[in-house]
Design a protein around this ligand. Structure first.
Ligand code: CAA
Length: 291
């Protein structure tokens, strides 16, 4: 089992910047990459905001904050960055074509001992491992939003994944302060398969006029003690992300995952949730054009 000291995170969006942050905070050297300098700089600014929040709450010290920021380098070349990595975590959009292309390239550039992890929420890790130079070193590492706060790391075992890779993934979870579960590579794994069905049904209820968005959310917050209702959570995750997951699960698992037309319409209208300032709710603090 190889010890992980240097991590490349590909993608600096909602999940990517959170993953880079927790790795750097745990003392690992991190390179975060994205398609342009402007995009990756935006991801870094999000990390700084999150660290400042944690410092203000007294969860981390000012030294910790500075050390974490200093441990993160930025790049626009994930393939070159992977040449000296122990672990590469891909957190690019939930599209199989993007993931296959990236994993093929980075696994060819990476050292033989490196692990290539995919943060996919639902896609087949076995298919992704199929294009890698060494499929035994590929694993699913599914993180949860907001990454610095959520304790779970869902480790997904592809058909090709070796026991040694699973052991390294478990040790990595412990190092970054997450609790791992290990699941078989099945569509939506143990989390998304259950999580999206609740969000999907809540959207159908809104469509059918069963109750307002606020009351549907309150029902689950007060009646079931969920920290946030399913519509607020869909805004946090991103309506586009949830639609991609549902489209995939609908194809793989059947009718119960058919995306509601309201969700598709909202995505077409650009109402993608909190990140753009508008979803099922409005977020006036987010600087983005309202659609
Ligand atoms: N960085 C650092 N700290 C953060 C943070 C961030 N990005 N976001 C929230 N926090 C901290 C807050 O500072 C606060 O800290 P204290 O407890 O010390 O006060 C704490 O988290 C709680 O935050 P808030 O008080 O602002 O609000 P809250 O109590 O409503 O909690 C929440 C916010 C943690 C998001 C909570 O509502 C929650 O757990 N919601 C459910 C989240 C969830 O289910 N995530 C999974 C989504 S599915 C997914 O991600 C996978 C996928 O495949 C798409």
């Amino acid at each position: 089992m190889s010890e992980i000291q240097s991590v490349v995170v590909v993608g600096s969006g909602t999940m990517g910047h959170g993953i880079a942050q927790v790795c750097a905070h745990a003392g690992l050297r991190v390179t975060m990459t994205d398609v342009s300098e402007a995009v990756v700089a935006k991801g870094k600014a999000q990390i700084e905001k999150s660290l400042a929040k944690l410092r203000e709450k007294g969860r981390i010290s000012a030294e910790d904050e500075q050390r974490t920021v200093a441990a993160i380098s930025l790049s626009t070349d994930p393939v070159a960055a992977s040449a000296s990595a122990d672990l590469i975590v891909e957190a690019v959009p939930e599209r199989m074509d993007l993931k296959l292309d990236l994993v093929k390239k980075v696994s060819e550039a990476a050292p033989a001992h490196a692990i290539v992890a995919t943060n996919t929420s639902s896609l087949s890790v076995t298919e992704i491992a199929g294009v890698a130079k060494d499929g035994t070193r590929v694993v699913g590492m599914h993180f949860f939003n907001p990454v610095p706060v959520m304790e779970l790391l869902e480790i997904v075992r592809a058909m090709q994944t070796s026991e040694d890779t699973i052991a390294s993934a478990r040790a990595f979870a412990a190092k970054i302060g997450k609790k791992p579960i290990v699941v078989k590579d099945a569509p939506g794994f143990a989390t998304s398969r259950l999580g999206v069905i609740l969000g999907c049904e809540a959207i159908r209820m809104l469509e059918q006029g069963v109750a307002s968005a606020e009351d549907i959310d309150l029902a689950m917050e007060l009646g079931y003690r969920h920290p946030m209702g399913p519509l607020k959570l869909t805004d946090l995750v991103g309506l586009d992300v949830r639609l991609l997951i549902l489209d995939h699960l609908h194809k793989e698992l059947g009718e119960q995952f058919r995306p509601p037309s309201l969700l598709r319409q909202m995505v077409r209208a650009g109402r993608l949730g909190r990140k753009v300032g508008r979803g099922f709710y409005d977020y006036p603090d987010v600087n983005a054009p309202k659609k």
